[in-house]
Ligand binder design. Structure first.
Ligand SMILES: Cc1cc2nc3c(=O)[nH]c(=O)nc-3n(C[C@H](O)[C@H](O)[C@H](O)COP(=O)(O)O)c2cc1C
Length: 226
């Protein structure tokens, strides 16, 4: 077996084999967050027991279940969002779209606990329907959530919430559903890199009733460009 490099090599002559602990943590972080892409961004608003608002982006974030609808985001270390959720167990996932990318990024600075990122980024807090934390008026959609549980493993804290209410702006709605192009979600790559949606394709889901009796990939649904 080839020797494991102690840091990322400039060029790869063979397939890379690396395990946690082989490299400095930051290097593994940069590689894994470059491999698991694109990641959506949950722009999480919370409120402390004393009423201080907080807003911060998390790209360890996704919709994690459908019965009930769960979302999860993960905090590396105990940050203000998690501190607030421990005090007031609710949060809002504001969906990050192209027009708010810079403001979203500005809310990621390490503002002290008593600072309100809504004010720093010039964003308007508006009341939520079912939870105490406000949502971001400028966002095109919001998922209001109640905390289900926090799963912690060393310094990673996965916050799981149940979606209790959803808001969608009319500007992203077409023909009875959210139009991905109109939504224009920001896709996070690694480090300071972001992307928007490229070409959109459709591939139908296969069903056994259609596949049975065929040979190999004969009935494999094909890509249709939209
Ligand atoms: C696009 C983006 C995504 C981020 N994702 C995460 C994440 O998933 N987990 C995390 O702990 N920090 C993440 N960060 C860093 C936090 O946003 C940053 O530490 C912030 O200060 C946390 O705010 P808080 O202390 O108010 O919760 C991200 C930053 C950016 C710009």
């Amino acid at each position: 077996m080839t020797a494991i490099p102690s840091t990322p090599p400039k060029q790869l002559e063979h397939a890379l084999e690396v395990s946690p602990g082989d490299w400095p943590e930051r290097e593994l972080y940069l590689m894994l967050t470059a491999l698991v892409v694109p990641r959506p961004i949950g722009w999480i608003s919370t409120v402390s027991a004393s009423g201080v608002r907080n807003l911060a982006p998390y790209s360890y974030f996704n919709l994690m279940g459908g019965d009930p609808f769960l979302v999860a985001f993960a905090s590396t270390g105990v940050k203000d969002s998690l501190r607030n959720i421990r005090e007031v167990p609710q949060f809002v996932c504001n969906i990050v779209t192209g027009h708010v990318l810079e403001k979203m990024n500005f809310t990621s600075a390490d503002y002290p606990h008593d600072q309100d990122e809504f004010e720093w980024a010039g964003l308007a807090p508006v009341a939520s329907v079912k939870v105490r934390p406000p949502r971001v008026r400028e966002a095109k959609a919001h998922l209001e959530c109640e905390l289900v549980q926090v799963v912690s493993e060393r310094n990673s804290h996965v916050v799981i919430g149940r979606v209790v209410h959803v808001h969608v702006d009319p500007s992203v709605w077409r023909d009875g559903r959210v139009d991905p192009k109109l939504l224009d979600p920001v896709c996070r790559l690694s480090g300071s890199l972001y992307a928007n949606l490229g070409e959109i394709m459709s591939v139908q889901r296969p069903a056994w009733k259609d596949v049975q009796g065929s040979v190999g990939q004969e009935k494999m649904p094909r890509i249709v460009k939209r």
